[in-house]
Design a protein around this ligand. Structure first.
Ligand code: MF3
Ligand code: CO
Ligand code: CO
Length: 278
C-alpha cells in the first residue's frame, strides 16, 4: 500500500498547498455536516460535497480512487468506514453518521472527518463511542511533536478507548498525505509508546481513530468497500490532517481556520448548499 515507504519531509511549497487544501477540507466538512438530519439520504450529502468542491476549484479525491464510486464516505452506525453514499441510506433519528471528505486542490489532499448525531434521541452507547472517538483524536494529536514516536499516538488512543470498555479498529490506520492520498507513515490507533518511526518537522499525516462499542474486528461488504463491525456494534470516527512542526503540531484541517478564509462558507441561507432552501 506504500504506507511504510520512506516518509516525506514536506517543504515550504508542499506545506503551503497542504495548508490551503486543509482549510478547504474543514470548510467542506462544515457544509456537508449541516445536512445531517433525519430524512436526508447520504446520496444528497454526496451531491452537496461534489458540487461545493467543484465550485471551489477542487476535485473529490475519493471519486474514482481505486474504483471508489462516490465523492465522500458516509458511514452510519455499525459502518466503520468507507460507507458509500446511496439514495437508500436515509438518515434516521438516533443514528450516528461519519462524514469523511478529501478534497484535492492543485494536486494536494486535505482529509478530515467527523461523526454527527442524527436528531436528538441519541442512545448513551452512541454518545459514549462518539465522544470517546472525538477525545481519542484530540489525545492522539497531543502526542505529536518532533522526536515523538508514531507508536506514542496509538498507545495513548488505545489506553483511552479500552479504559472505557471500547475497542480500537486495527485494519484501518492514519496515513501520510500530500500529493499522494495515502503514503507513509502508517499511523495505527493502537500500539506501544516508543515504537515505530520518529516524527520530524515537515511530516504530514492523518490521525483517524475508529472506535467500536464491541469487537474491533471488521468485515467488508460485497460492494468491496463498506467496512462494518463484525458483531454489529456501533463505530465512530474523527479525522484531522496534521503537520509536524519544530514546536509541536499544526492541525491543517482545523475548523477554527475556516472563518474569514477564502473557503468560509458563512451563512448558507439562499445558496445551493442550504439544507433549508425552498
Ligand atoms: N478519506 C478516507 C481516509 O481517511 C479514505 C477514503 S478512500 C475512498 O483515508 F476511496 F473510500 F474514498
Ligand atoms: Co484518511
Ligand atoms: Co478521510
Amino acid at each position: 500500500m506504500g504506507r511504510d515507504e520512506p516518509i516525506d519531509i514536506n517543504g515550504p511549497e508542499a506545506i503551503a498547498g497542504m495548508r490551503r487544501v486543509g482549510v478547504m477540507a474543514a470548510a467542506l466538512l462544515d457544509v456537508v455536516g449541516r445536512w445531517v438530519r433525519p430524512g436526508v439520504s447520504t446520496l444528497e450529502i454526496n451531491q452537496v460535497c461534489e458540487k461545493w468542491t467543484r465550485e471551489h476549484g477542487g476535485v473529490s479525491a475519493p471519486l474514482g480512487y481505486r474504483g471508489y464510486p462516490k465523492s465522500l464516505c458516509t458511514s452510519v452506525n455499525d459502518v466503520v468506514c468507507h460507507g458509500i453514499p446511496s439514495a437508500k441510506a436515509v438518515l434516521r433519528e438516533g443514528d450516528i453518521v461519519n462524514l469523511d471528505v478529501t478534497p484535492k486542490l492543485d494536486g494536494w489532499h486535505g482529509d478530515t472527518s467527523a461523526t454527527y448525531y442524527v436528531g436528538s434521541k441519541i442512545s448513551p452507547e452512541a454518545k459514549l463511542v462518539t465522544e470517546t472517538s472525538r477525545e481519542c483524536l484530540a489525545l492522539g494529536i497531543a502526542q505529536v511533536r518532533e522526536g515523538a514516536y508514531v507508536g506514542d499516538i496509538g498507545a495513548a488512543i488505545q489506553a483511552l478507548a479500552e479504559g472505557r470498555g471500547l475497542s480500537v479498529v486495527r485494519e484501518f490506520c492514519g496515513h501520510g498525505i500530500n500529493r499522494i492520498f495515502h503514503c507513509g507513515p502508517s499511523v495505527p490507533h493502537y500500539g506501544r509508546r516508543g515504537e515505530g518511526p520518529r516524527l520530524k518537522a515537515g511530516m504530514i499525516f492523518t490521525i483517524e481513530p475508529m472506535i467500536n462499542t464491541g469487537t474491533w474486528r471488521t468485515k467488508i461488504l460485497k460492494d468491496g468497500w463498506t467496512a462494518i463491525t463484525s458483531d454489529g456494534g456501533l463505530s465512530a470516527q474523527f479525522e484531522h490532517t496534521l503537520l509536524v512542526t519544530a514546536n509541536g503540531v499544526e492541525i491543517l484541517t482545523d475548523p477554527a481556520k475556516v472563518k474569514g478564509s477564502e473557503f468560509d462558507p458563512g451563512d448558507l441561507r439562499g445558496t445551493p448548499y442550504d439544507p433549508d432552501r425552498g
